[in-house]
Ligand binder design. Structure first.
Ligand code: AMP
Length: 335
């Protein structure tokens, strides 16, 4: 509230200077509070497709660039890095928050996945996000819904798809829907989920969707653990062991760059991960673009990808290997 619209009136000013001063202080505090409220204003939330379209259309008509940041909520600094990367590209930012049931298998953690919308909106409040798209499952998958996108290529590389066969069909279908709903110029995806990044990039190329997928490097804890909403599941002992994943990846990448035999490096890396307390799903060296297997540094650029379970938590991570043919590496950044 500006000071001049202060509602306090002093009938006998000469006798009430002290009261007037107090009133001014009260008005000033209200103004400060209002200013704080303005700075921390939560972004607007829309929950239906027509409301989303009504919000986005004027931006498109005005020729403003739009970036979409798809998330499942429980936002952390990794997600916020995507928002910041979006800000560098686009005038308008839409963050979608949707825990997508179709990418979880029945035995996975859909029911217990953290849902923290109020905290998420607070986290986005000072990042100038224009819109939060938070549909319900019924809005995304209304009765009679019967269409799926079934990706191949990088989605069938024998990495995550080997352990989560339902996963990329769920991801591709929901990402396809989000892109069609929001019509962004850019969509930001984390390198943290490297195979997903490749699947989504392929999807937009194959379906001629007029959007550029922008990879964003992985944000990590100071000890190297990649930020993930699922880190919240780790107990203190597991949390202490978890950075071993990134340590081993970095060590393996260094050995491969130095010319050590790839198969031997991966064998030793896998053993090191297991001796840190993990059950290893995979530790693989793949071509950084196609995700096809590689036998030596010269077959690169190489990306090392790992998935491993500790207690009830499954973690994934990846790293670029320097050396070999690294032309595309610079384009995708190094995490
Ligand atoms: P999620 O909410 O886990 O589905 O992730 C939404 C997006 O955030 C995906 O593009 C992820 O790759 C990305 N993301 C998740 N964790 C990180 C991280 N630590 N650093 C960068 N991006 C991340």
């Amino acid at each position: 509230m500006p000071a001049r619209s202060c509602p306090f009136r002093m009938p006998h000013a000469s006798a009430a200077r002290g009261l007037a001063a107090a009133a001014l202080i009260v008005c000033a505090r209200v103004a400060v509070l209002n200013q704080a409220k303005f700075v921390l204003m939560a972004p607007r939330v829309v929950r239906t497709v027509p409301a989303l379209r009504r919000a986005v259309m004027p931006w498109r008509t005005a020729g403003e660039r739009i970036a979409l940041v798809p998330t499942m909520g429980a936002l952390h600094a990794g997600h916020l890095a995507l928002v910041q990367a979006a800000r560098r590209r686009a005038r308008r930012i839409v963050v979608s928050i949707f825990v997508n049931p179709t990418q979880f298998a029945p035995h996975e953690d859909f029911g217990s996945y953290p849902r923290t919308l109020a905290a998420d909106l607070a986290a986005l409040a000072d990042l100038s996000v224009d819109l939060v798209w938070a549909p319900s499952a019924e809005v995304m998958y209304p009765p009679g819904f019967a269409t799926r996108i079934v990706p191949e290529g990088p989605a069938a590389a024998g990495l995550e798809d080997r352990f989560r066969p339902h996963f990329f069909t769920g991801v591709a279908t929901v990402v396809g829907k989000l892109l069609i709903q929001c019509m962004p110029d850019f969509a930001m995806f984390g390198e943290k989920d490297y195979q997903q990044l490749k699947v989504v990039t392929r999807l937009t190329q194959d379906l001629d969707l007029p959007v550029r997928i922008i990879p964003v490097p992985t944000v990590r804890e100071p000890d190297g653990l990649a930020l993930s909403s699922r880190n919240a599941y780790l107990n203190p002992l597991e949390r202490a062991a978890a950075p071993a994943l990134q340590r081993v990846l970095a060590h393996c990448a260094g050995e491969i760059t130095r010319g050590e035999l790839l198969a031997r490096v991966l064998d030793e890396g896998g053993a090191a991960i297991e001796s840190a307390g993990f059950v290893l799903d995979y530790l693989e060296a793949r071509h950084a673009d196609t995700l096809q297997p590689v036998a030596a540094l010269k077959d690169g650029p190489i990306r090392l990808l790992v998935a491993a379970r500790i207690g009830k938590t499954r973690l994934i991570d990846n790293i670029a290997v320097s050396g070999g043919r690294t032309a595309k590496k610079a384009k995708h950044g190094i995490s």
